[in-house]
Design a protein around this ligand. Structure first.
Ligand code: ZN
Length: 313
C-alpha cells in the first residue's frame, strides 16, 4: 500500500459520540490537533427530549459552546460524521431534521455514518449485519438480544426508514470492528459494496477500543511499531466521552503518551473518509464476492468469541 508524501502507515480515529460532552472532549481534541492528527468525530445534532437511560450523560450540538467548538474542529481539518440524530431511536422525521440542522450549521458535506447502540433506525443491523445464511442462522440462534425486526432503517414502509437518504448522503458506513489494528489484514477489500444491502454505498471495518482501558491495552508502542513495519492502516473506533479518557480537564497521561509516540512517526494521520477515498481510488471495483464476505463475517464472529473468552479469563 502506497501512502501520500512517503508516509509509511496510516492511523486515524473514529470517535463515537456516546457520553461526549463539551467538557470531556475539549482536552482530547486540543491534544489531537496539537499533535497533528486530523481524525473523525461523530455528533448528535438534536436533543433527546424523551430521555435516555444509557446515554443521558452525552451532550448534543444544541449546546452552543459545543457546536462552535465542533465547527472550529471542522475548520481545522477534522471530519464531521453522523451517529444518527440523537442518542435514542429516531423516526424518519427526526432523522431528516438532524441532517437539516447539520446542513445549516456546517459547510461540509458528511461522508460517513456509523450505526449507534440499539437505535431502531440503524441500517442493516442486528442479524442483518450478516449476509451469509449460516451466520444469520447462528446469530439468530445464539443472540436473543438481536430481536428480529427491531432495526429497520432500511425497511421501506417502517416509520424508522431512511435508507434512501443514507444511500444518497453517505459514501461510507461502518459495520464490523476487530481487535487487531491493521485493517488491511482483516478486511483488505474495504471499502466494499454488497449487492444485497443497496441502501449502503460502501461498508468499512475498524479496529475497536471502546473504552480508555482497552485503548491502553491495544494501542501500545509495540503494536504501533508493528503497524508501521507492516505499512498498515488503523482506523480505531472509540468513545472519547467515556469516563477515564479525561479527568479534571486533562487527557489520561497514558493515552497522551502513546498519541505523542504515534505522532512522531512518519504516519498518515488524516480523517477516516480520506483514507477510505485513498483505498477506493486504488481499487475502483468495490463489490465484494460472497466468499470474501463470508470470510470477513467469520473473522468478526471468531474475534467476538475470543474477546469474550479473554475478558472472562
Ligand atoms: Zn454509539
Amino acid at each position: 500500500m502506497q501512502f501520500p508524501n512517503g508516509r509509511r502507515f496510516a492511523f486515524t480515529i473514529l470517535d463515537d459520540t456516546d457520553d461526549a460532552t463539551f467538557e470531556n472532549v475539549v482536552p482530547v481534541y486540543d491534544r489531537l490537533r496539537e499533535y497533528g492528527f486530523r481524525t473523525t468525530k461523530t455528533v448528535w445534532p438534536l436533543d433527546c427530549p424523551e430521555g435516555s437511560q444509557e446515554y443521558f450523560a452525552a451532550e448534543t450540538l444544541q449546546r452552543p459552546e459545543y457546536l462552535s467548538y465542533v465547527q472550529q474542529l471542522v475548520a481545522d481539518g477534522f471530519e464531521l460524521a453522523s451517529h444518527g440524530a440523537t442518542m435514542e431511536p429516531s423516526k424518519r422525521e427526526r432523522t431528516l431534521r438532524g441532517f437539516e440542522f447539520l446542513d445549516r450549521h456546517f459547510d461540509t458535506k458528511l461522508q460517513l455514518y456509523a450505526n449507534h447502540g440499539e437505535n431502531r433506525e440503524n441500517v442493516y443491523w442486528g442479524v442483518e449485519r450478516f449476509r451469509t445464511p449460516l451466520f444469520r442462522w447462528l446469530v439468530r440462534a445464539v443472540d436473543r438480544d438481536r430481536r428480529n425486526g427491531h432495526y429497520c432503517g432500511e425497511v421501506e414502509g417502517s416509520e424508522f426508514f431512511w435508507g434512501d437518504v443514507c444511500r444518497e448522503r453517505f459514501r461510507y458506513v461502518r459495520n464490523f470492528t476487530f481487535t487487531s489494528l491493521n485493517a488491511l489484514s482483516f478486511n483488505p477489500e474495504m471499502p466494499y459494496a454488497v449487492s444485497s444491502t443497496p441502501y449502503v454505498q460502501n461498508w468499512f471495518s475498524t479496529s475497536d477500543a471502546p473504552t480508555p482501558e482497552v485503548f491502553r491495552r491495544r494501542i501500545t508502542r509495540s503494536a504501533i511499531d508493528r503497524l508501521e513495519a507492516e505499512g498498515g492502516i488503523c482506523i480505531l473506533s472509540t468513545h472519547f466521552g467515556k469516563r477515564g479518557y479525561v479527568s479534571n480537564g486533562r487527557l489520561d497521561p497514558g493515552v497522551d503518551e502513546i498519541l505523542r509516540y504515534i505522532a512522531a512517526k512518519p504516519g498518515w494521520f488524516v480523517p477516516v473518509s480520506e483514507i477510505l477515498d485513498h483505498l477506493s481510488a486504488q481499487r475502483p471495483n468495490r463489490s465484494i464476492g460472497r466468499f470474501a464476505l463470508a470470510r470477513l463475517e467469520l473473522r468478526f464472529l471468531m474475534d467476538q468469541i475470543f474477546e469474550r473468552l479473554h475478558l472472562r479469563g
